[in-house]
Design a protein around this ligand. Structure first.
Ligand SMILES: [Fe+2]
Length: 179
């Protein structure tokens, strides 16, 4: 279940329907999706082989089919991060600065946790996400992403086209002076 924090006054929103409502008004899609319990053993492992990742993805493909029908997503993969992943800090450093993408950033968290941050119409807020949270950040939305101190997350990523999926960095000072 996700928790929103408004950074201006530290207000927190954690009721799922209020979270969905708040994010919906910012153009961000949020859903609470229970993972199927028969893959909990795999999800509880710190790391997964390629075969185990595929097993997890196949079990969750009903969501992929639903999303493909609704939004046209064509590919999915499973990202598994933990403190033992080589180069994890460098990987995280690519996304913890304000940026946007030219494709939607669509994530279904199936284990662990992380923090999205947003700067939308001058308002800054974070969304702490954890297992069972689905979030879709529309293209061209200024955001950042970081892990919490546990450095552990598993998330399904859905793509329209994963070939051009890269961050475009934004300087916050430029946003403020142009507003
Ligand atoms: Fe991003």
């Amino acid at each position: 279940m996700a928790t929103i924090t408004l950074l201006s006054n530290k207000t927190k929103i954690s009721n799922p329907s209020e979270v969905k409502d708040f994010l919906g008004k910012q153009g961000i899609e949020y859903r609470l999706w229970e993972t199927s319990s028969d893959i909990n053993n795999l999800l509880n492992q710190e790391s997964l082989s390629d075969q185990e990742k595929e097993e997890v993805l196949l079990k969750l493909d009903n969501r992929f089919q639903e999303l493909s029908k609704e939004f046209g997503y064509k590919a999915r993969d499973l990202i598994v991060l933990n403190p033992n992943v080589p180069g994890i800090q460098d990987m995280l450093a690519k996304f913890d600065k304000l940026h946007y993408h030219t494709d939607d950033e669509v994530r279904y968290i199936v284990d662990g946790s992380g923090i999205f941050g947003f700067l939308i119409n001058g308002q800054k807020f974070t969304v702490e996400v954890e297992k069972n949270d689905f979030i879709s950040v529309p293209k061209n939305t200024n955001h950042w992403f970081e892990l919490d101190s546990k450095l552990r997350i598993k998330a399904v990523r859905y793509f329209l086209d994963n070939s051009g999926w890269a961050p475009v960095y934004v300087n916050e000072k430029d946003l403020i002076s142009s507003n």
